[in-house]
Design a protein around this ligand. Structure first.
Ligand code: UD1
Length: 342
């Protein structure tokens, strides 16, 4: 019998790509998502790609009654990958309680049910945001955690702490926290991809929507950073490479190959690219022109961050494979398909 994995936020961007990869690796996937930032057609897409429709439940994991009922009915879940969370940094500054409530309450409900129903394995969606602006680059997992730049970032730090405390009190629970850098791109089939509701916050969907004609122009936030071209630097990792790392983490937990009961890994490419690099590479790989203007820095942005991935490379035997150009091309192919552009 296949191991049953609960993927919370499985209709979301990273969750859906991970669900595909899990199914392709013979895991049974069960998804809980409130569709607050996605649509049910993504579940259809998972089925189209894999030939298997994951069991899907639409409810909010902050709803304690519904969550408890769900776990009481699914006592055969072997592991959870917890993606369900809000992630817009700017919105979290203006609506902090929305972020604290959603991202923390849902995790409390999950950890409580893991304890009550003896579910031993958790993979948690964390973020490079926990490092703030690191003093040393590339940043490795031993870098000090910095005060969060935003309520969103703080929810990720608090979540890691909550998980650690839960594990201290219950040695049966094992967790791997995956600290993502900047996930981009879409599945090679262009059947699933990022589906931001409303105006995108993140760079790549803003670029693809601008080129598709949905937005007038991209605003590049700052060209006065202390970087070679003045724009901010990030580590952009392809979504399928990221999804693969989740399957490896789940397998590591199920096979009890983890060395600590709380492990954490950076997931990035190890390469930093500026916003202007991204625009230039996008133009080169797609043959399209990106309309953009330079505007002042965005509040809360760090200047530069990219990953030292050697720990994940060695311990998980995993490495990001997709180049920036191919990642951007996959994002554009998805946008074209979504908008019916030929
Ligand atoms: C942020 C978080 C990250 C989180 C992610 C989820 C930090 C440091 N990072 O990533 O933890 O997982 O959001 O949404 O808080 N940019 C523009 N114009 C735009 C949009 C973005 O120039 O219209 C620039 C940004 O200033 C930044 C880069 O593009 O330099 C990437 O931005 P974005 O895609 O929003 O991701 P982060 O802010 O790096």
């Amino acid at each position: 019998m296949a191991n049953k994995i609960l993927v919370t936020g499985g209709a979301g961007y990273i969750g859906s790509h991970t669900a595909v990869n899990l199914i392709e690796n013979n895991y049974e996937v069960i998804i809980v998502d409130n569709l607050s930032n996605s649509e049910e057609k993504i579940i259809d897409g998972i089925e189209k790609i894999t030939g298997i429709r994951p069991e899907f439940y639409q409810f909010d994991l902050c709803d304690i009654k519904k969550t408890n009922n769900f776990f009481a009915k699914h006592t055969d879940i072997k592991a959870i990958i917890h993606f369900a969370a809000y992630k817009a940094v700017g919105e979290s500054v203006s609506l902090p309680l929305k972020y604290y409530h959603n991202n923390i309450a849902s995790l409390i409900n999950i950890l409580q049910n893991m304890t009550d129903f003896n579910i031993p394995n958790l993979v948690f969606s964390s973020s490079c945001t926990v490092y703030g602006q690191p003093e040393k680059l590339p940043v490795n997992e031993n870098a000090p955690i910095q005060p969060a730049n935003s309520p969103y970032g703080n929810t990720k730090q608090i979540s890691e702490e909550m998980i650690k405390d839960t594990i201290l009190s219950n040695k049966n629970i094992n967790t791997i926290a995956l600290r993502y850098f900047n996930p981009i791109g879409a599945h090679k089939s262009s059947i699933i991809g990022e589906l931001p509701i409303g105006v995108p916050n993140n760079l790549i969907p803003f670029i693809t929507q601008t080129v598709a004609g949905l937005r007038k122009e991209l605003s590049v936030f700052g060209n006065d950073y202390n970087t070679p071209d003045g724009s901010a630097i990030r580590d952009y990792i392809h979504i399928e490479d990221l999804a693969e790392a989740h399957v490896i983490a789940i397998t590591r937990l199920l096979e009890q190959k983890n060395k600590q009961n709380f492990e954490y890994f950076n997931l990035g490419t190890g390469q930093g690219n500026s916003v202007l690099d991204v625009i230039n590479t996008f133009e080169k790989f797609t043959g399209k022109t990106v309309n953009y203007k330079i505007v002042p820095r965005r509040e809360g942005d760090v200047e530069q961050v990219w990953a030292d991935t050697s720990f994940a490379n060695k311990e998980l035997n995993w490495k990001a494979k997709t180049s920036l150009g191919n990642s951007l091309l996959s994002a554009w192919n998805w946008e074209k398909k979504l908008r019916g552009i030929h």
